[in-house]
Design a protein around this ligand. Sequence first.
Ligand SMILES: [Zn+2]
Length: 317
Amino acid sequence: MSSVARQMAGIPAADLQSFTEHLKSCRRIVALLGAGISASSGLPTFRGAGGLWRSFDATSLATPGAFKSNPGLVWQFYSYRRHMALQADPNKAHYALAELSRRNPDFITLSQNVDGAEHRLSQRAQHPAGQLHLLHGTLFDVKCTSFHCDYIRKDDYTDPLVPALDIPKKGMNFPSSAEKDSESDADAEPELDISNAQVPIPDLTPADLPQCPKCNGLLRPGVVWFGESLPSDTLDFVDNWIDEEPVDLIMVIGTSSKVWPAASYLHTARSAGARVAVINMDANDLAGRNLEPGDWFFQGDAAVIVPEILKSVIGEI
Ligand SMILES: [Zn+2]
């Protein structure tokens, strides 16, 4: 609680006041979310995956080529990420944005995260689905890799998806399975020891992995990998939405505003008069250095800052 109080005190009063005045006059608002908002829920950042995955360069697992050459390895990585995402709860920033969505039909949220936190929250908090757009897909969609098959299954929270992906029981480093093990078996080897012992990641064949019920082809995670295009229907929707009327405010939360397509949204909206608020933990982040006069920069934990700066419109979260 004391750290929260310190954080709130850390928002310069003049900035909070000028932001609040602008916010109250805003109609069309965009929030752009990145890994920083997930980090507030305790989710490891993409490059900071834990356990055995520490020895891997995560970016090398998030490519179509990696999946083609070793789908078993890539699926185990994504099964780990699904498992971790399911352990995490949405935080106050997620709830604050959902509340703003309910109150303002002209507010859209664009998430670059694939952990599904916003999406699961949208179901729990009735965040209007039409106001939430996932630019990079989600860990909880699966789709067929067969060229002629269009099978896609959305919002599948089964963990694990198939028995072979039940990685926690295979001795990988998951805090939740450690707790379960210690309850059921007091002699269980401490998980940290297992992790440090470099237990090899099991070799899985395509037959062990999730299969398409339509064509028996191999399913893959429904995320956008490096080298792949972002979903064109989502990009089209956002482009049209931003072009159709001037945007009043863009909130850039826990992400750099220099990465495409965020940079282009910012440029378009700003040239039509939008003001920009950057909420980021790291003042040295690119987003923080990319400010223009009239922008706001709120430094700190998104879960603390976002509810605080929206309070005048959404009330207490
Ligand atoms: Zn298929």
